[in-house]
Design a protein. Structure first.
Length: 662
């Protein structure tokens, strides 16, 4: 029995684990490790892998799973909202990039058809790579992430006419008019299928399958939907990946999409690794060595041109300078579908072997540096903003209408656009607490402004944005960003401008708690830890643990994980009552049949009869602390008592009512 493919998988896994173990130690992205694995194991270096075709098939499956999960994270409504980005932004970026590279092709002495072909395939960017990075950084739903996604969707749509164009170059028998008519019919069919599948077909189908309560059957149905739609679009001349994205869109609004997403993620990550390995296997290091000067110049040219044009597209779509830089750098590489088209063009003699190898070398290198480029895009934009740039370039072509923020004092400044920050703002508004939100998402800001809410649009890393929110007079500043890098930058500015403000910062994990406290945060909320502690708290309560023991265990968990910082978290300190074994605080409601009505504490001799102490009385919503002994109880009063369990029990008998915990 032939086990070539199994041997190849073992080699790839072993080499990937070794390379990425080392890369993880030196903080190099795993994508680069996979590319290096492909280069080492590929036919141009050690030739450790022989089933190249089978590896390419698994790579294709990885891209299918990746785009499927992207579609599930998105939704048909979200896609509709970015239609302008998809068609206007995508078309602008594609046409301008293709035109510039067509003009530059004369330097490389390419003929007319060769130059036009290179221009088109150089205009494509890598959906698999860029979307994977955005997904890992949780930035697909960000303003710049939506723009990048929209442009990449348009590029995937353009694959169909590009395949038609490439085949036309290699054949003289293609009927262009007939192919264009068929293309229009296919587009109408696909749009109709997506709408029907999203609204009626798949929600009902998944509901019926979920009713079986069989997880294996549910997973199988998800895979069936993914691969069936991908195969259908492939049969219609589109890419498998684009079909998978559409399949994800179709089930994105189903109540079962989150379950499906969680089940597919581990499989997606494994198969996606094969994609990057297969790309690395294409690189011929000998060719790069022999032509290093030409490869270097071409690489710089591609990165520069694509960054400028994609960034300009983002600017036209209304991005600020920061967004312009981030969009441009995110789309600066050459895409995976370009490899497919380049191979077809090489076979059809549109480009010769030399230019084919040059293109492959430049494309692989641009993909290899993309993770690093995207990681530095935000700090680079921040650095460039210190230059004397034109105001229009900084604010964008379509700056949002600014609301007039009154000169607040002792207010709350809420920085962030995540659901936690938005919900906190809602709660502050409902309770008449003065606050100002700083949100770096024009869509959310527009909605808030239309409702008349106090909101400032902009990146809180910039001090002028903080000044608009009157940060210097704020009593409390809440940082609910999620990403630790901008959180740190904002925290530093806040402490400089408002040194006396109480700063509450949210962080995804415990590892950043120390850094935030060191920079001046007054309280840090590690959300994953707090969620785990909250679940533990609920479990202990359900298991009837005494309140004192629950508080002790919860405090111990925080102390174990936060260590030296637990004493700084005053909100999470143990209650003084937890230090005494038999002390409880209970509330008692005075019912109509209670004998205490119209009697005072002196009349019933509470202390002498029961040993319990009266702490407070709540009447008509008002709380009377330290009530005088002569106060008479009324029906509906809620009284707060302190004592041990026996004293509380005696007090309940005295008042002829039941007690419950405060």
């Amino acid at each position: 029995m032939e086990l070539t493919i199994l041997k190849d998988i073992v080699v790839i896994f072993a080499l990937s684990v070794f390379v990425n173990f080392i890369f993880n130690k030196i903080k190099i992205p795993t994508v680069v490790g996979y590319l290096l694995t492909g280069i080492i194991a590929g036919p141009h270096l050690l030739s450790l892998v022989h089933g190249e075709h089978e590896i390419e098939l698994m790579a294709e499956i990885g891209v299918i799973f990746l785009l499927f999960t992207i579609g599930m994270e998105f939704s048909l409504k979200s896609l509709y909202h970015i239609r302008r980005t998809v068609f206007l932004g995508g078309l602008l970026q594609f046409i301008l990039t293709a035109a510039v590279f067509f003009g530059l092709s004369s330097i490389y002495e390419l003929d007319l058809m060769g130059g036009l072909f290179i221009g088109f395939i150089a205009a494509l960017s890598s959906s698999a790579l860029v979307l994977k990075i955005l997904q890992e950084k949780s930035e697909i739903s960000s303003n710049y992430g939506k723009t990048v996604l929209g442009i990449l969707i348009f590029q995937d749509i353009m694959l169909v006419p590009l395949l038609l164009f490439t085949n036309m170059l290699g054949s003289e028998s293609i009927n262009i008019s007939r192919e264009l008519i068929l293309l229009g019919i296919k587009a109408i069919f696909i749009i109709g299928l997506v709408i029907v599948g999203n609204k009626w077909l798949f929600p009902k189908l998944l509901h019926w399958i979920a009713l079986t309560k069989n997880q294996e059957l549910f997973n199988m149905s998800i895979f069936l939907i993914c691969f069936a739609i991908a195969l259908l679009t492939y049969q219609l001349g589109m890419s498998l990946a684009f079909g998978a994205f559409l399949a994800g869109l179709m089930i994105s609004e189903s109540e079962y999409s989150h379950n499906a997403f969680g089940n597919i993620l581990p499989i997606k990550d494994t198969f996606t690794s094969f994609f990057f390995v297969s790309i690395g296997m294409l690189l011929d290091l000998q060719f790069v060595y022999d032509n290093w000067m030409l490869v270097s110049i071409s690489f710089i040219l591609v990165i520069f041109v694509k960054t400028i044009i994609a960034g300009a597209t983002g600017f036209v779509l209304g991005h600020t300078f920061r967004g312009t830089v981030m969009v441009g750098l995110a789309l600066s590489q050459v895409g995976e579908f370009s490899f497919v088209l380049a191979k077809i063009g090489n076979k059809a003699s549109v480009v010769n072997d030399f230019y084919y190898q040059l293109f492959i070398a430049v494309a692989v290198i641009t993909m290899a540096v993309t993770p690093f480029i995207m990681n530095v895009s935000r700090p680079l934009a921040t650095l460039l903003l210190k230059l004397p740039l034109p105001p229009k370039l900084v604010t964008g072509l379509f700056p949002l209408k600014e609301t007039s923020i009154p000169a607040f004092k002792n207010h709350i400044v809420i920085i962030g656009k995540d659901p936690s920050a938005l919900k906190l703002a809602d709660m502050a508004r409902q309770n008449n607490i003065s606050y100002v939100s700083i949100i770096f998402d024009p869509n959310i800001v527009k909605e808030q402004i239309e409702k008349g809410y106090p909101v400032v649009y902009g990146d809180a890393v910039n001090k002028p944005i903080l000044e608009k929110a009157h940060i210097e007079d704020a009593e409390i500043v809440v940082l609910s960003i999620g990403n630790i890098v901008p959180t740190i930058a904002i925290l530093e500015n806040v402490k400089q401008m408002a040194p006396n403000a109480f700063v509450l910062a949210r962080t995804p994990s415990i590892e950043f708690v120390k850094d935030l406290y060191r920079l001046g945060a007054d309280q840090v909320l590690p959300e994953k830890l707090e969620i785990a502690i909250d679940m533990l708290n609920r479990i202990l309560i359900m298991r009837k643990y005494p309140t004192k023991e629950v508080n002790r265990l919860v405090h111990k968990m925080r102390n174990d994980f936060l260590g030296e910082f637990i004493n700084r978290d005053q909100i999470n300190q143990l209650s003084i009552f937890d230090e005494f074994d038999e002390v409880e605080v209970k509330t008692i409601t005075i019912e109509s049949e209670s004998s205490a009505i119209n009697q005072s504490v002196i009349d019933i001799d509470l202390r002498a009869e029961t040993g319990a102490n009266l702490l407070a009385v709540r009447r008509n919503g008002n709380v009377v602390n330290d009530p005088i002994p002569k106060i008479q109880f009324e029906e509906g009063d809620v009284i707060y008592l302190m004592g041990n369990p026996n004293q509380i029990k005696d007090a309940c008998q005295l008042f002829h009512c039941d007690a419950h915990k405060a």
